[in-house]
Design a binder for this molecule. Structure first.
Ligand code: PML
Ligand code: MG
Ligand code: MG
Length: 246
């Protein structure tokens, strides 16, 4: 089966407006381009890039995404305290340092105090080790084998399309032997649900951020012995397809 990667990005004055990244079999390439058109046609953009590329590397097939544990909190402070607890249990990093790292995501983690374009990477001594603090690392080349089926299942449970994309992305991350946890909040000011992933679970917390905050991003927690170049290559280039949700 020939697989294609389709990456779309719409922007206005250089600012990201809307995007999509899919992996689809040859016969679905054009319907996927039409799906992207539908997503962006009403948006105000001055540049739209759609890149279609044959995937030459054999994809990793993952049977099931991480299982979702969905928890509602009174406020984002309580949710973040619980997040810190989970991350401390998994990583052993002192809770004060985890709080600092999370606060950076909530206030802009790049050197200009803006959102990084990709994720921050932190090792188990609590040190940031991404190669570039503006860019971070971006997990790409991951999709569900049958995205429509998965979206239907997730929507029935009260989750969203964003949940599907985030679940695919973090399932790829947790498949890497050296990534042991992740923290994420959206950069949408009104999307308050975020998550903490471990090798076992996707903890979906609402609200994990404060309403109106434009900041967001991700932290990947990795082992100290990780080969960073290999990690970037896996996250940015290795194609991964996930068969189903838990
Ligand atoms: C969820 O709904 O499960 C959380 C999704 C986080 C989305 C982050 C983003 O905006 O990309
Ligand atoms: Mg976004
Ligand atoms: Mg690629």
């Amino acid at each position: 089966m020939k697989l294609y990667s389709i990456k779309a990005r719409a922007s206005l004055n250089g600012k990201h407006i809307s995007g999509a990244e899919r992996i689809v079999p040859e016969e679905r390439v054009f319907e996927t381009i039409r799906w992207i058109e539908k997503k962006v046609e009403k948006k105000n953009f001055d540049s739209l890039n759609i890149k279609v590329e044959l995937i030459k590397e054999k994809p990793i097939l993952i049977e099931k995404s991480l299982p979702i544990v969905d928890i509602k909190f009174k406020n984002h402070e309580d949710a973040n305290l619980k997040a810190v607890k989970i991350l401390h249990r998994i990583t052993g990093i002192p809770t004060e340092r985890i709080k600092e790292l999370i606060a950076l995501i909530h206030t802009g983690a790049s050197p200009e105090k803006k959102n990084m374009r990709g994720a921050m990477i932190v090792n188990l001594t609590g040190k940031r080790v991404e190669k570039d603090r503006f860019r971070g690392v971006r997990t790409t080349d991951v999709d569900f084998l049958d995205r429509e089926k998965v979206i239907k299942k997730l929507l029935e449970k009260g989750f969203t399309e964003r949940t599907a994309d985030a679940l695919a992305l973090t399932t790829k991350n947790m498949h890497h032997p050296d990534i042991i946890a992740e923290y994420c909040i959206s950069d949408e000011p009104d999307y308050l649900t975020g998550y903490i992933s471990t090798k076992e679970k996707y903890y979906r917390f609402t609200p994990l951020k404060e309403f109106g905050n434009k900041n967001g991003g991700r932290i990947y927690f990795i082992k100290n012995s990780t080969d960073i170049d290999e990690l970037y290559r896996f996250l940015e280039e290795k194609p991964v397809l996930i068969k189903d949700v838990e």
